[in-house]
Design a protein around this ligand. Structure first.
Ligand code: SF4
Ligand code: SF4
Length: 104
């Protein structure tokens, strides 16, 4: 193959048909407010664990929507509930975290 000195990056497109959203849908049935997350990041900004661990409810919800594993991130949560108070959409984040853990 000819080397042109560059390569084409792998597509970042997400094939939604190939994404397993079963866990996300199950969690949303138990915590309906999870559906109204607008990915603003207020929860992450207020999270006491975020600066040390990268914990982020916003990222957890996005990972669930993309069928990715969230165990490592959730293991850093201290269930303090601060993110619940910071959410402008009223997402029950603490309950969401507990529900995801129960369904894993
Ligand atoms: S603060 Fe609420 S709306 Fe914003 S990203 Fe977090 S869960 Fe979603
Ligand atoms: S409950 Fe978890 S995710 Fe929410 S602010 Fe506390 S440590 Fe962060």
């Amino acid at each position: 193959m000819t080397d042109f000195g560059f390569s084409i990056s792998k597509s970042a497109t997400i094939d939604m048909d190939a994404v397993d959203m079963e866990l996300y849908e199950r969690v949303c049935r138990q915590v309906p407010s999870a559906r109204i997350c607008m990915s603003c990041g207020s929860c992450s900004a207020s999270c006491v664990a975020a600066p040390y661990s990268g914990m982020s409810v916003r990222k957890v919800i996005l990972a669930l929507q993309r069928g990715k594993d969230v165990r490592t991130m959730l293991s850093n949560c201290m269930l303090c509930g601060k993110c619940s108070m910071a959410c402008p959409r009223g997402v029950n984040t603490r309950n969401l975290i507990l529900t995801v853990c129960r369904n894993l």
